[in-house]
Design a protein around this ligand. Structure first.
Ligand code: NDP
Length: 246
């Protein structure tokens, strides 16, 4: 496909899992793609090599989401390297769990830094560069809208925060014809949540279609939002969870 020819995308947390699938898919659709990673240098390099082997252009940037300045610098590095930025995908995230009363303020700060503060930093920096027709997509979670088990309160807090932020920024950037949306995956087979993990049967038990997403399923939805057919969709939430929240 070529619907993103000439576009440049930045995907945070593109070294593994959903972010890597999004990076590969946007590149397949014609975009030049920058990815960030925290520690997986080799895996990030492998994603870049795979995109290049398929005839695309990509680069990897080390930027820990715990450091807002590093996230801003990653946006600037992508713009300098590729000359523009059209699509920002806020994907990097962590899943810290524990019962309330045992979760600490340090846990709170870590989760909010990675899952929320870094998104604010990236969106703020990208907003200075995104042209008419630009796209912002954040990866939330179906756990933002429904919390079916204990111990998830902090993670759900962080992902729910992105919903309000998405809607607010959609209003800010709408006059510039930039769309801003959030995609809420349910159980998706990655290192974070393997389909053969200890709790995977419990998760499948909630679903109308009891099958984990593959990362590429989420990437397809992001690619649609990033592409020309998504131009009138903004401030919206998309749940892709096999009906777990239905
Ligand atoms: P993985 O743990 O498989 O991959 C996480 C990615 O994010 C890696 O590329 C990792 O980089 C990066 N990352 C993690 N912490 C940081 C950090 N501090 N700074 C920069 N990058 C970081 O997760 P998934 O692919 O499963 O998850 C991707 C997103 O989807 C997350 O936001 C997650 O909350 C969300 N999600 C996932 C679901 C699932 O079932 N898998 C369900 C719902 C939402 P590195 O390799 O360097 O560590």
């Amino acid at each position: 496909m070529t619907s993103l020819n000439g576009k440049v995308a930045l995907v945070t947390g593109g070294s593994r899992g959903i972010g890597a699938a999004i990076a590969r898919r946007l590149a397949d659709d014609g975009a030049r793609v920058a990815i960030t990673y925290a520690t997986s240098k080799d895996k990030a390099a492998a994603v870049v090599a795979e995109i290049e082997a398929a005839g695309g252009e990509a680069m990897a940037i080390q930027a820990d989401n715990r450091d807002g300045d590093a996230v801003v610098a990653a946006v600037e590095t992508a713009v300098s390297a590729f000359g523009r930025l059209d699509i920002l995908v806020n994907n990097a995230g962590i899943f810290d769990i524990g019962p309330i009363g045992e979760l600490t303020l340090e846990d709170f700060d870590r989760t909010m830094d990675v899952n929320v503060r870094a998104v604010f930093a990236a969106v703020s920096a990208a907003a200075r560069h995104l042209p008419e027709g630009g796209r912002i997509v954040s990866i939330g979670s179906n756990l933002a809208g429904r919390v079916p088990w204990p111990t998830i309160s902090l993670y759900s807090l962080s992902k729910a925060a992105l919903v309000g932020f998405t809607k607010g920024v959609a209003r800010d950037l709408g006059p510039r014809n930039i769309t801003v949306n959030i995609v809420h995956p349910g159980s998706t087979d990655t290192d974070m949540n393997p389909a053969d993990g200890e709790l995977s049967d419990t998760q499948r038990g909630l679903m109308a279609i009891p099958r984990y997403n593959e990362a590429g399923d989420v990437a397809g939805l992001v690619a649609w939002l990033a592409g020309p057919d998504g131009r009138s969709v903004t401030g919206a939430e998309f749940t892709i969870d096999g009906g777990a929240n239905a």
